[in-house]
Design a protein around this ligand. Structure first.
Ligand code: ZN
Length: 464
């Protein structure tokens, strides 16, 4: 069979791999949007294969860089089924409709080129969701004679799966595993990763292949330390940019734990992201997919993210009121999307507060070079927001305690477990910047495993 790397090859986003069997059956594993620097959204429509010939798509998890190009694939002729877990289907539905809404919004402003930037609309998203077939974890699912797929828990976000594909052809059987994005062993909400077994080949993410998580205390202790330093020991605003799926829930759950244990200072917390709020409701619906601690917490308090001091901002008036509240002197915490600060409601909060010396911005996730979050992390003295150049007077700080990806140590540990539980012939490293992948490749070879490949975009390999 033939494995081709159509995306996430020597880059972080745009996850898309094709597996083609000897009889011509074609599967895509993930169909994500690529949003690398200097890339036009519209480039995502340039599939270098014919979408009509794809028989099946398997989605590892809902994040837009893994699922966000599915409606485009359908627009250009894909008519097969889409396999994923049940929570992924619900989260994907939210994210894809949100993405279509953003594209439609851009059009309304009447810029001439905007139509060119539109990839898909609500109609294609609806069609995408109608194609979904959900399958459970750890239950082999037979797609056709000689071809089955099994999901194992990836531990990255709610419903995230690693995918094992077993192919029997020409009197031989072969197992290929795709990690998707992995999580850490100590995620505060999600079950830890369950390593894939009996693999011949593994396509492995290496986003943090050259990095080490530094924050070793508990998430509660770290968050409390930041809260005290930014808005308890002195008046101030703590703004936490967070992805609407995964990161926002981890932060609100940690704040809720602090509240229930009586450790949360008496300040108001504003959650300003409608998408994050609907994604929180999906977490409440799928408690059985969460870890033991989160399940026990839910049994005791009947809620994961809702508590007295937290206010969800529903409409524009509430937001305007928030911007005026206390002339910037009332201590408060604002959690808003998106994590890299390049879009969504967070931009407005940053714009309104970046020149406020009493404000702290706590960056809690990965920011790609070129994003506003990255510029702030680099300590730039001015940043451009909505074409306005603004001086940075707010304090910028960061934590990696809420990271949804393992660091180098975690990735090596995962690799070690898969190697031990199988007969690996080759590992392909994807999802990472080129330099970071090379460092991680060296780390794997140091363990005595030589057959590590860093594929280029559109490069293909024959597996047996
Ligand atoms: Zn992800």
């Amino acid at each position: 069979m033939k494995l081709t790397f159509y995306g996430a090859a020597q880059q972080v986003t745009g996850s898309m791999f094709m597996l083609e069997l000897a009889d011509g059956y074609q599967m895509l594993i993930d169909c994500g949007l690529s949003y690398e620097r200097k890339q036009n959204l519209k480039d995502n429509a340039n599939f270098t294969f014919d979408p009509e010939t794809i028989d099946l798509v398997i989605i590892t998890h809902a994040h837009i860089d893994h699922s966000g190009n599915l409606p485009t694939l359908i627009k250009y002729g894909f008519s097969g089924q889409v396999l994923c877990t049940m929570p992924t289907m619900y989260l994907m539905e939210q994210l894809l409709f949100d993405s279509a809404g953003i594209q439609a919004g851009k059009l309304k402003k009447g810029h001439k080129q905007n139509d060119e930037r539109k990839l898909f609309g609500y109609k294609e998203v609806q069609k995408t969701i109608e194609r979904v077939v959900t399958i459970s974890f750890n239950q082999p699912f037979e797609i056709k004679n000689g071809l089955s797929v099994t999901f194992t828990e990836a531990g990255h976000i709610l419903g995230a799966a690693s995918v094992v594909i077993e192919v029997a052809e020409q009197n031989k059987s072969c197992r290929i595993g795709f990690t998707g994005d992995l999580g850490t062993d100590n995620n505060c909400l999600i079950v830890p990763p369950n390593p894939m077994k009996n693999l011949d080949y593994m396509v492995m993410e290496s986003t943090y292949g050259s990095r080490f998580h530094k924050d070793m205390e508990s998430a509660e202790d770290i968050l409390l330390k930041h809260i005290k330093a930014s808005c308890v020991d002195k008046p101030g605003r703590l703004i936490i940019p967070a992805f609407s799926i995964g990161r926002t829930q981890a932060i609100l759950f940690t704040l809720n734990k602090l509240f229930r244990s009586g450790r949360l200072p008496k300040i108001r917390i504003f959650a300003d992201s409608p998408l994050a709020m609907s994604s929180s409701a999906i977490h409440d619906k799928f408690i059985e997919y969460l870890n033991t601690e989160a399940k026990a917490f839910f049994t005791e308090y009947h809620t994961l993210f809702d508590f007295k001091q937290v206010y969800a901002i529903e409409d524009r008036e509430e937001k305007e009121e928030l911007n005026l509240t206390g002339s910037h002197l009332e201590s408060m915490i604002i959690v808003s999307s998106a994590g890299m600060m390049d879009g969504g409601r967070i931009q407005e909060h940053i714009k309104n507060n970046i020149q406020n010396t009493l404000c702290t911005v706590l960056v809690a996730g990965f920011c790609t070079p070129g994003s506003l979050g990255y510029d702030l992390m680099q300590g730039k003295s001015t940043v451009a927001i909505n074409k306005r150049e603004l001086s940075v007077y707010a304090r910028i700080t960061s934590t990696d305690t809420f990271s949804a990806h393992p660091d180098q140590t975690g990735l090596l540990s995962y690799f070690g477990k898969v190697k031990k539980a199988g007969h690996l012939k080759k590992v392909f490293l994807v999802h990472g910047e080129a330099e970071s992948i090379e460092i991680f490749k060296d780390k794997i070879t140091e363990t005595g495993f030589e057959n590590v490949v860093v594929p280029k975009r559109a490069e293909y390999f024959f597996l047996d």
